[in-house]
Write a protein that binds this ligand. Sequence first.
Ligand SMILES: C[S@@+](CC[C@H](N)C(=O)[O-])C[C@H]1O[C@@H](n2cnc3c(N)ncnc32)[C@H](O)[C@@H]1O
Length: 280
Amino acid sequence: MQPADQIPDKMMARRSFESAAAAYDQAAALQQEIGQRLLQRLDLVKIQPERILDLGSGTGQCIPDLFARYKKAQVVALDIALPMLEHARKRGRWLRRPRCVCGDAESLPFADSSFDLVFSNLMLQWCVELEVVFAELQRVLRPGGLLLFTSFGPDTLGELRGSWQQVDGYSHVNAFLDMHDVGDALVRMRFADPVMDVERLTVTYPDVWKLMRELKQIGAHNVTAGRPRGLTGKTRMQRLVGAYEHYRSNGVLPASYEIVNGHAWSTGNECGISLESITR
Ligand SMILES: C[S@@+](CC[C@H](N)C(=O)[O-])C[C@H]1O[C@@H](n2cnc3c(N)ncnc32)[C@H](O)[C@@H]1O
């Protein structure tokens, strides 16, 4: 369980992705790259899903590939931010368009055993209670169905986190769950044969402003409960720029990303969550 000040504020995350929808695709090169790598992992599993859920689909950038891989499958795109789905619904061609559903991964509006595959690229880190999401996925996947996902790990944006640490004591960067915690949550929610691994990517920027702009453009604001309230003043921003300069190497500033990859199989077992386990 995450410390209280690191829990994401879901409504704030939703608002931030709603405002980012129009510009998301132009700034989401990293998300696209990670999505492509996740799709390639489907080469390794022999499945013929008929119903696929793209969970936290955003603008649906992975949907054309899902249609291309599984020629007979129906794809449902679910996202908490409606404007994202307005882009997602245009993916695919002719009769092969996704069905778009605005909803919350922690309370899915689907019947039990509705899907053969749940695909989720970079959405889980925005959820408040991972076990609740996994319990929902266990429920909506048919027994033997596959869950395949990516999320960000705790080393993500370590340089930005470290630089802010030197400026003030606030959590300016979202907190991300460790691969082992995600794997343990899958086991607790009775998924079978979970496999987890981590990849590391570094993106470089000419300056910290470009990084901050890009994060804003994709809607990745700091939405933790412990975030600083109010505007960030000019002096603090200048101190941030100075602190981040310590990471400059070969003329550029690095931003590290730790990508947590996971897959597991639904067992169809009900996994009731006790109220005590989710109340703080
Ligand atoms: C970083 S974007 C990734 C979008 C897409 N999967 C991609 O590969 O580009 C995260 C998406 O998750 C959605 N999201 C965040 N929290 C959610 C929740 N609780 N339920 C459903 N969607 C959520 C956001 O609205 C956003 O579109």
